[in-house]
Design a binder for this molecule. Sequence first.
Ligand code: TYM
Length: 333
Amino acid sequence: TPRVFSGIKPSGGLTLGNYLGAIKRFVQMQGGGFETIYCVVDLHAITVWQDPKELRSATREVAAGFLASGIDPEKSILFNQSQVSQHAELAWIFNCVARLGWMNRMTQFKEKAGKNAEAQSLGLYAYPSLMAADILLYHATHVPVGEDQKQHVELTRDIAAKFNHDYKVDFFPMAEPVIEGPAMRVMNLRDGTKKMSKSGESDMERINMTDDADTIARKFQKARTDAAPLPESVEGLDGRPEARNLVEIYAALADITPAEVLARYPGAGWGTFKPALADLAVERLSPISGEMARMMADPAEIDRILARGAERARAIAQPVLSRTLDIVGMVRG
Ligand code: TYM
């Protein structure tokens, strides 16, 4: 059976971007003829310093977000990365396969580092090599992600191909990114040219999965837009990034196309559309945030689920790592 792997960094709480770009699809793929493996990538989170207490809490919150959205720990494997040491071990091998020139092309590093690349951690630079290890340790074939991770999944294919070529084997498969539908790049509510992210400066620029109904309504109400009403057709969204973003968010939440959203609100002004969008978001998100809050009250149960998932993950990962070490020529007793 084809195998799905994907991960989310616990570097803060979950956003609507994580939900629409990733988790919603994770839930759809579970039980859709795939074996599904989902990971809270805590080793990736510390590429930028995290307060230890907040890291622990964010790890549990991301896990609770998965579970509350419909990831079933019986149907999927759900764990946190650092409990399966094979990830870090395979990443080292891949550090020796990947080329500096490849890393230098990664736009996410450039964006995060800005003008201050010299001051970033070595881990942030090598980040995509650990991500390739995450995926290839399970011989995953499908990787559901938001648009911003596409380049990293492509790099994973380059690493797999170079490993196979250098060692004259046909061992690691070529993983496909799965990026379909609207809202694969949810934008910042205050600036339609920037991605909505966990770590953006102002809380008003993102919807957090844990926001209450009033906060969600206020954030959409204050979302930046142009003055024109909704266009008749999707072509009319060209050059209107904020309008496109809100229409795509609606489409993804309602499971319809952007064209259907525009047909539902012909020529509507923001005074009509924004409250409708806020109502829909609250309707979709509040059952999830309610369940997350309930789960967060019992962290021991979350920890048990992650530990059990890690055990099942190791059972797949260890044979792949062992075979990799054999291929590379490591002596093992
Ligand atoms: P992370 O934690 O930044 O984001 C998790 C997932 O959410 C998606 N996403 C978005 N989608 C649409 N609009 C947005 N504004 C938005 N923001 C985030 C991301 O594309 C991602 O799918 N490197 C990864 C985590 C990772 C991973 C992996 C993913 C580590 N190993 C292996 C897949 C396979 C990351 O930092 O995602």
